[in-house]
Design a protein around this ligand. Structure first.
Ligand code: C5P
Length: 295
């Protein structure tokens, strides 16, 4: 028997980052928006735990126990006394190491798939606790939609979204390490103030207002990502020149995100990005998208 779960990518429409904490993590006020680019995680009973992966960038995905999908199966199995003997197959469509929470999505997807396969009856709260143990962005991959993440990003408050937003994502040639981007943030921002959410941004999401959202987006990690990956400036400028209402680095990068006024504008921005040679690929996606869903 197999269970397949579809799980979305995310963009941080506003990522406010505070100073490093004693545990090395940073306090955040992180507004997540799930976008319609998906990985599919299929879990099948097997003789032992095994991970396989197909799709763009899958050669960079670790297939050992460091993969968040494998860790999700182990943590859920340990909690319920079930040997995590499953074959986890990941069909990748979310850019790998791109700042779009692809690895987190696979963790949340495997967790929901194993939970369904094993019939544990775990509550949403228990699943969210396991997600938080897996990584800061994993709880959001489970719930999808839009949410404000505080703490290290794992404490979620769900947000209302009053319309569809049209996005374009430029996939960079190469990846960025999240810890390295946070270290660069610390170097560039020795006295970061306590992070706060923006009321204007939350109102823009609630109203489904793309222009207001564009005026309120922001990413405190962007200077650090640009410092480590300077050519992203050219990608951002290309999308802006093609009509994007807003252009920003997604999370810790190096994927860049462009908010468009409508579907036609999104298509034109994607074409301009592709033609410019300033990125490896451009993807169009709508938001909000549902969280981890059993197919
Ligand atoms: O939680 P996750 O494993 O996704 O975090 C990856 C890395 O990103 C952490 O090891 C840390 O270096 C950095 N990070 C951080 N503050 C956060 C989230 C992540 O410094 N709130």
């Amino acid at each position: 028997m197999s269970v397949t779960v579809r799980v979305p990518a995310k963009v941080n429409v506003r990522l406010a980052v505070g100073a490093a904490r004693a545990d090395g993590f940073h306090d955040l006020a992180n507004v997540f928006l799930a976008v319609g680019l998906y990985d599919e995680v299929t879990v099948t009973a097997a003789d032992e735990l095994r991970v396989t992966c197909e799709g763009p960038g899958s050669d960079q995905v670790p297939l050992d126990r460091t993969n968040l999908a494998a860790r999700a199966a182990e943590l859920l199995g340990a909690r319920y006394g079930i040997a995590p003997d499953v074959h986890i197959h990941i069909a990748k469509d979310i850019p790998v190491a791109g700042g779009m929470a692809g690895g987190s999505a696979d963790g949340a997807g495997a967790l929901v798939a194993c939970d369904a396969l094993w019939g544990t009856g775990a509550s949403q709260g228990e699943l969210l606790d396991i997600c938080a143990e897996l990584g800061s962005d994993v709880p959001f991959s489970l719930v999808g939609g839009a949410a404000l993440g505080t703490g290290r990003g794992e404490k979620l408050e769900l947000l209302d979204v009053g319309g569809t937003f049209h996005w374009v994502f430029a996939v960079a040639d190469g990846g960025l390490s999240t810890p390295a981007v946070y270290r660069e943030f610390d170097r560039l921002t020795p006295h970061a103030p306590a992070p706060t959410a923006s009321p204007a941004l939350l109102a823009a999401l609630r109203g489904g207002d793309a222009e207001a959202l564009a005026a309120a987006v922001g990413n405190d990690l962007q200077p650090a990502a640009l410092s480590l990956f300077p050519s992203l400036r050219d990608t951002l400028a290309t999308g802006t020149a093609a009509g994007a209402l807003a252009a920003l680095v997604s999370g810790s990068g190096p994927t860049t995100a462009f908010l468009a006024g409508d579907a036609g504008s999104a298509r034109r921005i994607a074409e301009a990005l592709t033609a410019s040679g300033t990125c490896r690929a451009a993807r169009v996606a709508q938001a909000p998208a549902a969280g981890a869903t059993v197919l």
